[in-house]
Write a protein that binds this ligand. Sequence first.
Ligand SMILES: Cc1cc2nc3c(=O)[nH]c(=O)nc-3n(C[C@H](O)[C@H](O)[C@H](O)COP(=O)(O)OP(=O)(O)OC[C@H]3O[C@@H](n4cnc5c(N)ncnc54)[C@H](O)[C@@H]3O)c2cc1C
Length: 479
Amino acid sequence: MRVAIAGAGLAGLSCAKYLIDAGHTPIVFERRDVLGGLVAAWKDADGDWYETGLHAFFGAYPNMLQLLKELGIEDRLQWKQHTLIFNQPDKPGTLSRFDVPDIPSPFNIIASIIRNNDMLTWEQKIRFAIGLFPAIVRGQQYVEEMDKYSFSEWLKRQGIGERVATDVFIAASKALTFINPEDVSSTILLTALNRFLQERYGSKIAFLDGSPTERLCQPIVDYITAGGGEVRLNAPLKEIVLNSDGTVKGFLMRGLNGEPDELVTADFYVSAMSVDPLKVMLPEPWKQMEFFQMLEGLEGVPVINLHLWFDRKLTDIDHLLFSRSPLLSVYADMSNTCREYANPDRSMLELVLAPAKDWISKSDEEIIAATMADLEKLFPDHFTGDNPAKLLKSHVVKTPRSVYTATPGRQKYRPPQKTPISNFFLSGSYTMQRYLGSMEGAVLSGKLTAQAISEAPLVANSSHLQTPTRPPAKNAATA
Ligand SMILES: Cc1cc2nc3c(=O)[nH]c(=O)nc-3n(C[C@H](O)[C@H](O)[C@H](O)COP(=O)(O)OP(=O)(O)OC[C@H]3O[C@@H](n4cnc5c(N)ncnc54)[C@H](O)[C@@H]3O)c2cc1C
């Protein structure tokens, strides 16, 4: 069957890949001239890459790892030492590590917490362990119930002081959701902690060996094309055109450069756009339906990704670092962490600025100046004194609406992949799946959509009824 998909982010591409495996013919339409959505990257005039976001892969990403394996590119992940590294805001330039020993979970994580005395007191550790007990015993049900509390409120309920939230969990909160612990739903952090506690290598981090566009998205496109599908760039969906019964008649594609608009028809239709453009594009009759009204509860969160090239090496650390600063979230020296960006003499820092709501409308110069001031605390040896490191060039990528804003109470607004419209489905990391607004969530959502389509009955007025038989889906989603 022919399936039209709007959006070539990881969700749309994963959906198309698994539709190919199930014997269908997907055609993906991407409005921009670049693949990947939130993982998109560009090459500048010097041949240097810059990206929408600094992306870390985790051991607890079974669907992403499975996808890479199926594409034969799992060796493109550069796995780092099993440790989490945090800056110490009170002691500029010093780091605190949670080294995770290679023993079964959850003992590996427990050992890493017990051995680190920089960030939590013994009393806080014990209270935190007691607080996590219901999450471990009652699992995801308890984690979902906690969606009503912010993480700061949850910590308070466990008798753990607010200082821990602002000092310690600010790192995890900003890294996972680009918002602060007082604003983030506790379901997010508890879900991540649960996965890390349950999987031996769950918290192990990897970087891709080059740009996500070339090294991750392009191989998915090659797979789709080889299987008889298609991916078109510069192909914006303009309107979802309906039949009189409210099902989809076609995707009206905007004609560019004077070309006329084109109505594309298929057996099934998928929105793999992020939630904000989808809300704008909902046809009037659908806006009256409770299912689609729920989308009003979701909205993308602003975030900024910076790339700073320096005249010298600032660090030899080959890992993700959690800044614990109010301005910055995570960062990495990509000249160490990523094969294609490697440089033995000069650092290229990629840094995530979050929360970004007060910064998104500021100029690049203001954003860089504030970041450079922060770097004096992260690298005091290189940015103070007579011969400070010189910034050679920079790129600032602003995303006013990225992943859905994971404030308390959002879980109930996240829709399933199957909608009440028989020939219309949703994909995207904002849709309901257990891996939150992440690359893993996007890949899993696409896989779930492909499964739902393979199980769906054909719509009577479909324009492509000539291929009614469908083989069963080959790959079951790893939940
Ligand atoms: C700064 C940053 C850092 C991140 N770090 C991490 C990380 O370390 N680890 C991790 O797992 N995740 C991370 N993420 C999150 C991750 O990138 C996303 O969750 C994931 O890529 C979302 O994929 P998606 O396909 O659901 O949505 P998107 O990537 O938003 O894809 C939607 C696509 O739809 C297209 N589209 C929109 N409107 C139309 C239209 N009218 N017609 C056709 N196409 C349209 C868009 O152009 C886009 O390509 C990060 C994100 C950012 C921004």
